[in-house]
Design a protein around this ligand. Structure first.
Ligand code: GDP
Ligand code: IMO
Ligand code: MG
Length: 421
C-alpha cells in the first residue's frame, strides 16, 4: 500500500501510477473528492479526485472501498471526462456496496460550517466532514441502499430535511441547490447499480490467485483523524491501518507499506507547519515546486523536510519503505535544511510528534543544514547517477526515519523515477 506521510500532496498519484504497472487491482480505501492526485502520462496531465490513480494503465481493475465517501456527481463527471480522453472504465471500475454516498447537501453543509466557524479548518469544501459525520451517526446512505428505492428516497428526503434545519440553525439559507442536486444524484442510480461490488471479496480472491493489489491512500498521516494535527485534519483514517478496514480485508494481507514523502514539506489548509519557511523562501519554493492545491487551487505553504513528522509517520504506519518525491525541486538550492527536533520556549526539545496541536504551533525546530548539489537531477535513473550531496541528503532522511528508501522521484513523468533494490 501507498500512504502519504506529511500533510497530503506528497506525490502519491505519481507513485501509484508508476507501481500500478505491475498491479492487477488498484483500490482507494478512504477519503473522497477532497483528494487531488496529479499524474502525467506523456504530455497529458490528469487530476484524479475520486477515481484511483491506477486507472491510467489499461486493463487494471480500479476499486473504491467501503471507507471511501462517494460523491456520485464528481465520480461520474470524472468517469465521463476520462472516457472522452479515451480511457474507458466501464468494465473495470467497481464501487463498494458498503461505501457511503456523499450527497450534495454534505458539500453545502461543509461550506456553511466553514463560513461560520471562528476557527476554520480550511477544508476543501467537498463535504467530507459532514459525510463522515452521517456515517458515524448511523444516518448515512450506502451504495447498497439504491437497491431499495423506497428506503433510498426516504433516506435522501430525511437527509435534505436535516441539512435544511442545520443550515437554518447556522443562520444560512438553502438557495435551491439542495433539491436540484439531489435530483441529479437520483438520476445516477442506475449507473451506480451496475458497478456496485464487494472490493474485499475481490481483493482476497485476487491475492489468493497470486495477483497483485495496490492500495492507494489519499491525504497524509498528519491529516489522519486520530493521529494528525487535530482538529486541522480530514475526517478519515489516512494511515495504513485504515486501509484494511477501508477495503474490507484483514491487516495480515498487507505485505508492504510505502510511505510517500516530499523532499521538503507542504501544507494546504489551516493548522501548524513547524518547519514552515519565511515569506520569501515560501514563495520561492512554491514557484519551484508548483505548489498549488490540485483540488482547490489554493497556494500550499512550504517548509523544510520535517524529520520529526517523518519518523512519527514511519512508526504509526509501520512503513516498510519510503518513496521520496520532488527531489529535483531542490536542485538549485545551495543549502538544504532538515528539521531534527522541536524545541519550546523553556528550552526543552523533543523528537516525538506532540499530540497537542496548539503546542505544536508554538515549537521552534532545530535544524541540521546540508550542502545542496546545485545540479540537475531530472535525468538521473539510479542512485549512482545522483550528485554526491543529493545521495547524502537521501541517506540522512533514511537514517532519521529508520526506513529504507525504495523509490526516488525526480520529475513528474513516469520515467523520472529511481527504483532502489
Ligand atoms: P498527491 O495528492 O499526493 O497525489 O500529490 P499531488 O498530485 O497533489 O501533488 C504532487 C505534485 O507534484 C503533482 O503536480 C505532481 O505532478 C508533481 N510531482 C510528483 N512527483 C514529482 C517529482 O518527483 N518532481 C516534480 N518536479 N514534481 C512531481
Ligand atoms: P491528497 O489526496 C492536501 C486538507 C484540507 C484541510 C483538511 C480538511 O491530494 O493528498 P477536508 O476537505 O478533507 O475536510 O479538509 O485537509 N486536505 C488535503 N490537503 N491534500 C489532500 O489530498 C487533502 N485533502 C484534504 O486542505 O486542511
Ligand atoms: Mg493532492
Amino acid at each position: 500500500m501507498i500512504v502519504g506521510c506529511q500533510w497530503g500532496d506528497e506525490g502519491k498519484g505519481k507513485i501509484v501510477d508508476v507501481l500500478a504497472e505491475d498491479a492487477d487491482i488498484v483500490a482507494r480505501y478512504q477519503g473522497g473528492a477532497n483528494a487531488g492526485h496529479t499524474v502525467h502520462v506523456g504530455d497529458e496531465e490528469f487530476i484524479l479526485h475520486q477515481i484511483p490513480s491506477g486507472v491510467l494503465h489499461d486493463g487494471k481493475r480500479c476499486l473504491l472501498g467501503n471507507g471511501v465517501v462517494l460523491d456520485l456527481l464528481q465520480f461520474f463527471e470524472e468517469f465521463d471526462a476520462l472516457a472522452e480522453r479515451g480511457i474507458d472504465l466501464a468494465a473495470r471500475v467497481g464501487v463498494s456496496e458498503r461505501a457511503h454516498l456523499l450527497m450534495p447537501y454534505h458539500r453545502v453543509l461543509d461550506k456553511a460550517s466553514e463560513r461560520r466557524a471562528s476557527e476554520k479548518i480550511g477544508t476543501t469544501g467537498r463535504g467530507i466532514g459532514p459525510a463522515y459525520e452521517d456515517k458515524a451517526g448511523r444516518r448515512g446512505i450506502r451504495v447498497a441502499d439504491i437497491r431499495n428505492p423506497e428506503r433510498f428516497e426516504q433516506l435522501v428526503a430525511d437527509g435534505v430535511e436535516r441539512a435544511r434545519a442545520k443550515l437554518s440553525a447556522m443562520g444560512q439559507e438553502d438557495d435551491g441547490t439542495l433539491d436540484a442536486a439531489v435530483t441529479r444524484t437520483l438520476e445516477l442510480r442506475d449507473r451506480l447499480d451496475v458497478i456496485a461490488t464487494d472490493p474485499g471479496w475481490e481483493i482476497v480472491h485476487a491475492l489468493d490467485a497470486g495477483k497483485s493489489v495496490l492500495l492507494e491512500g489519499a491525504q497524509g498521516t498528519a491529516l489522519d483523524l486520530d493521529h494528525g494535527t487535530y482538529p486541522f485534519v480530514t475526517s478519515s483514517n489516512t494511515t495504513a491501518a485504515g486501509a484494511a478496514t477501508g477495503v474490507g480485508i484483514g491487516p495480515t494481507r498487507i505485505t508492504d507499506v510505502f510511505g510517500v514523502v516530499k523532499a521538503y514539506t507542504t501544507r494546504v489548509g489551516n493548522g501548524p507547519l513547524p518547519t514552515g519557511f519565511d515569506e520569501e523562501m515560501d514563495e520561492r519554493m512554491r514557484q519551484l515546486g508548483g505548489e498549488f492545491g490540485a483540488t482547490t487551487g489554493r497556494p500550499r505553504r512550504c517548509g523544510w523536510f520535517d524529520a520529526v513528522l517523518a519518523r512519527f509517520s514511519a512508526r504509526v504506519n509501520g512503513l516498510t519503505g519510503l518513496a521520496v518525491t520532488k527531489l529535483d525541486v531542490l536542485d538549485t538550492l545551495p543549502e538544504i535544511s532538515i528539521g531534527l527536533e522541536y524545541c519550546t520556549e523553556d528550552g526543552g526539545c523533543t523528537r516525538e510528534f506532540p499530540a497537542d496541536t496548539f503546542a505544536l504551533a508554538r515549537v521552534e525546530p532545530n535544524y541540521e543544514t546540508l550542502p545542496g548539489w546545485e545540479e540537475d537531477t531530472t535525468g538521473c535513473r539510479s542512485l549512482e547517477d545522483l550528485p554526491r550531496n543529493a545521495r547524502a541528503y537521501l541517506d540522512r532522511i533514511q537514517e532519521l526515519t529508520e526506513t529504507p528508501i525504495r523509490m526516488v522521484s525526480v520529475g513528474t513523468r513516469r520515467s523520472q523515477i529511481i527504483h532502489v533494490d
